[in-house]
Design a protein around this ligand. Structure first.
Ligand SMILES: [Fe+2]
Ligand SMILES: [Fe+2]
Length: 161
């Protein structure tokens, strides 16, 4: 069975791809670049919710560490979401000169993702039983299905195939 590390790392890759698409297209195809950024932003915000509401609590409960690595990652999430909003605001004003914000975001995101992929996700896979991993992945799916009924969703099939 593919575990948490596999699932979440693939989502990092998918999101990185959307961000690159935005950066490549923004000088020629602004409409399409905008859509790539909107998919990137909503996908990354959803990914952060999975981590903060499902994955980090597993680590925090089992290690008893509330103020450790997950506290740092939660702070980085605040910075990441702030930068996503700042870029989004500029794009809504049809201003695509967002290079400085983009490089700040790439800088935080790359080291953040490496920490998760090398430490946190593998720790979860090694600590949980196969059944618990399966249940955790189901929780992620259900969280999406619940949201899907409220808002129009990003294409789920892309990561669930
Ligand atoms: Fe994260
Ligand atoms: Fe992540």
């Amino acid at each position: 069975m593919n575990g948490i590390a596999d699932f979440m790392s693939k989502d990092h890759d998918r999101l990185d791809g959307l961000f690159k698409e935005f950066q490549t297209k923004k000088n020629q195809e602004t409409e399409s670049a905008k859509n790539s950024f909107f998919d990137f932003k909503s996908g990354l915000e959803r990914h952060i919710v999975w981590e903060e509401e499902i994955l980090f609590p597993i680590f925090e409960e089992r290690t008893g560490m509330q103020g450790g690595p997950t506290a740092v990652m939660r702070m980085e999430h605040i910075q990441i979401k702030g930068l996503l909003s700042s870029i989004y605001d500029q794009i809504l004003k049809i201003n695509f000169e967002t290079e400085s914000l983009e490089s700040q975001l790439s800088g935080i995101l790359s080291s953040h993702n490496v920490k998760e992929e090398n430490v946190l996700y593998p720790w979860i896979d090694q600590t949980l039983s196969l059944e618990e991993i399966e249940k955790t992945l189901q929780k992620i799916h259900f969280m999406d299905l619940e949201k899907q009924e409220k808002v129009n969703p990003v294409k789920l099939e892309k990561i669930y195939d």
